[in-house]
Design a protein around this ligand. Structure first.
Ligand code: ATP
Length: 233
């Protein structure tokens, strides 16, 4: 579904990615792990065309998306839940959800307001509230709902549960498990490695702009060295 090969990315003259490689298969949940400042957000920004790759390729399905503008990448079916949520503050919950809604891939059972409200009843209750009046948890649900309303085939979440209370965090994980069961492919960045290991298929550990380890949840559980050396736990 998604293949990132040998990506190098810069901020001005400062290099952030040094040959980044990763793959997300159809219907898989894949994680990007690593300490702060190692290049996870830059990898996502490069996939989305927000940061330009100076070399390497990003392929989505059959399409080389490396040089495409972000709006075209989104239209091809990648939904982003960005770090910090980036909810439209002066739009209501409902307006945030419908603003970018589309079913370009002609999904048989497309996401609708009703389906989002069924998944997140809290959002239904706050349908007319402005984005800036929501709690962090409600904003994160809204950011997930907004991305789903574009009917993506790949959902990318950067810091999926950052700053959320444990109960709200578990709600986000339940939602992702449900989406996985429905066949959505998911690439997720988060610090809660133990939670991710329960349902992710594959993990990539990033250090200084490239992958230093990859494997299954079982492999990761066994490899104490990876936890100590790269995840700081
Ligand atoms: P975090 O969890 O802290 O966001 P990360 O693994 O996502 O960490 P990135 O945000 O991708 O890491 O940062 C990778 C490197 O790029 C870091 O050295 C960071 O300082 C640098 N960097 C990130 N954003 C910018 C920017 N807008 N301008 C310049 N350098 C940046």
């Amino acid at each position: 579904m998604l293949k990132v090969s040998g990506i190098e990315s810069f901020y001005g003259s400062s290099q952030a990615l040094f040959g980044m490689d990763l793959e997300v298969g159809d219907g898989q949940v894949v994680t990007l792990l690593g300490r702060n400042g190692m290049g996870k957000t830059t990898t996502i920004s490069t996939i989305m065309g927000i940061v330009r790759a100076s070399s390497g390729t990003v392929t989505f399905g059959e399409t080389d998306i490396t040089a495409l503008p972000s709006f075209k990448i989104a239209k091809l079916g990648i939904g982003l839940v960005p770090e910090g949520r980036q909810i439209f503050p002066n739009l209501s919950v409902r307006e945030n959800l419908v603003a970018t809604a589309a079913n370009r891939g002609k999904a048989a059972n497309p996401w609708t307001l009703e389906r989002i409200y069924e998944m997140f009843p809290e959002l239904a209750e706050r349908s007319t509230s402005m984005g800036n009046l929501l709690s962090g948890g409600e904003q994160q649900m809204l950011a997930v709902g907004r991305a789903l309303m574009t009917n993506p085939s790949l959902l990318i979440l950067d810091e999926a549960t950052e700053g959320l209370a444990p109960m709200i965090r578990q709600g986000i994980w339940s939602c992702l498990k449900r989406l996985k069961d429905e066949g959505l492919s998911i690439l997720v960045v988060d610090k809660n490695v133990a939670d991710l290991m329960r349902f992710a298929d594959r993990h990539y550990v990033v250090e200084k702009g490239h992958v230093v380890w990859s494997g299954s949840s079982e492999d990761l559980e066994k490899d104490i060295h990876v936890h100590e050396r790269y995840l700081g736990v």
